[in-house]
Design a protein around this ligand. Structure first.
Ligand SMILES: [Zn+2]
Ligand SMILES: [Zn+2]
Length: 160
């Protein structure tokens, strides 16, 4: 018997088969499957983490490394939750580290916040609040960091 949990909506279900590709509830297709093999429980940590996060409604906003689409998941411990476009959902880049790199980039290039905002195609006020950490980086900024600055994804843990 296989037990499944959807990292996106938190729904759990069981099946005789190990070929469940789609959540019956939300349609997301990369499910975490819990099963036993040679006296070892496979995916227990990812499963339990997802279940725990669902119970406490703890969500993570992840963005696709290809198309930039953002989505919420109950689990970040599974590296590479797939996006429809074939990319992976990863932790959003509005971490302090990523924004720090953006700021560093701006200063190195001797740009003021207005010039940097123009470069990114966002308003100066919005850009300034992202640097301050009071607002989240939008897709334009995330893409810029992703494409131009070094990889801020290194902190992601691989469980499965
Ligand atoms: Zn689901
Ligand atoms: Zn995508």
């Amino acid at each position: 018997m296989y037990t499944y949990i959807c990292p996106k909506c938190g729904r759990e279900f069981q099946s005789e088969h190990d070929q469940h590709y789609q959540c019956k509830s939300c349609g997301y297709w990369q499910l975490i499957v819990l099963y036993q093999e040679d006296n070892q429980v496979i995916n227990k940590e990812a499963y339990d983490t997802t279940k725990r996060n669902f119970a406490s409604n703890k969500k993570f906003e992840l963005s696709c490394n290809e198309c930039g689409k953002q989505a919420e998941f109950y689990c970040v411990d599974v590296l590479g939750l797939f996006c429809e476009c074939g990319g992976f959902f990863r932790e959003e880049m509005n971490s302090k580290e990523a924004i720090g790199k953006l700021k560093e980039y701006r200063k190195k290039g001797k740009l003021n916040q207005q010039q940097m905002a123009d470069k990114l195609g966002v308003s100066k006020n919005y850009y300034a609040s992202v640097e301050k950490g009071t607002r989240k980086a939008n897709t334009k900024i995330i893409r810029f960091i992703r494409d131009n600055l070094s990889d801020p994804y290194q902190t992601i843990k691989t469980v499965v």
